[in-house]
Design a protein. Structure first.
Lengths: 115, 109
């Protein structure tokens, strides 16, 4: 069964360092997303991406964050200068279409720990 | 997207049906009802979705009331592995899913 793959599963970084979280969406999907979940809190939407452009972003997704699809398979989330409060699980998701009648599938997440 | 209301937690005996309710009284005509679950801190897992009609797949059944103001997710024979947080989400055309606090389902032997 096709699945969304995320690497690494766990990343520890020093405050102020840049990190890149990687995702391989399901191969025929066109819409890509990042969500995050701070420990004990809700899953929060960060950004959606389609046709090499951001289609929607939340207030969380400020100038420290960027997304990119560098090739035909990978989808990345970059945090330029990490803060302690960026520590969270980061989930990538993909869907074949936009719209209400299309399910999104999530990866198993990357646990980011900023120290 | 419309807000949903779910009980914070529920218990279910192993082998019995788990019925998880969700209220979405402000849902609009073209919004879908989605159910996801999250086991420990794993990625949310898609379960089922529907618009008006009841839906069934290999994981669960979704019963939507005629006025669409509420729905029930049914896991027909709950197992210990179904212990998770279950999220009911109402989704309009658009990309994002808005997660609430969900219902913690504890399946007990």
């Amino acid at each position: 069964e096709p699945e969304v793959t995320q690497t690494p599963s766990h990343q520890v970084t020093q405050m102020g360092q840049e990190v890149i979280l990687r995702c391989v969406p399901i191969s025929n999907h066109l819409y890509f997303y990042w969500y995050r979940q701070i420990l004990g809190q809700k899953v929060e939407f960060l950004v959606s991406f389609y046709n090499n452009e951001i289609s929607e972003k939340s207030e969380i997704f400020d100038d420290q964050f960027s997304v990119e699809r560098p090739d035909g398979s990978n989808f990345t989330l970059k945090i330029r200068s990490t803060k302690l409060e960026d520590s969270a699980m980061y989930f990538c998701a993909s869907s074949s279409l936009s719209g209400g009648d299309t399910e999104a599938f999530f990866g198993q997440g990357t646990r980011l720990t900023v120290v | 997207d419309a807000k949903t209301t779910q009980p914070p937690s529920m218990d279910c005996a192993e082998g019995r049906a788990a019925n998880l309710p969700c209220n979405h009284s402000t849902i609009s005509g073209n919004e879908y009802v989605y159910w996801y679950r999250q086991i420990h801190s794993q990625g949310p897992q898609y379960i089922i979705h529907g618009l008006k009609n009841n839906e069934t797949n290999e994981m669960a059944s979704l019963i939507i009331t005629e006025d669409r103001k509420s729905s029930t997710l049914i896991l027909p024979h709950a197992t210990l592995r179904d212990t998770a947080v279950y999220y009911c989400i109402v989704r309009l055309y658009g990309n994002k899913l808005v997660f609430g606090a969900g219902t913690i389902l504890r399946v007990k032997s």
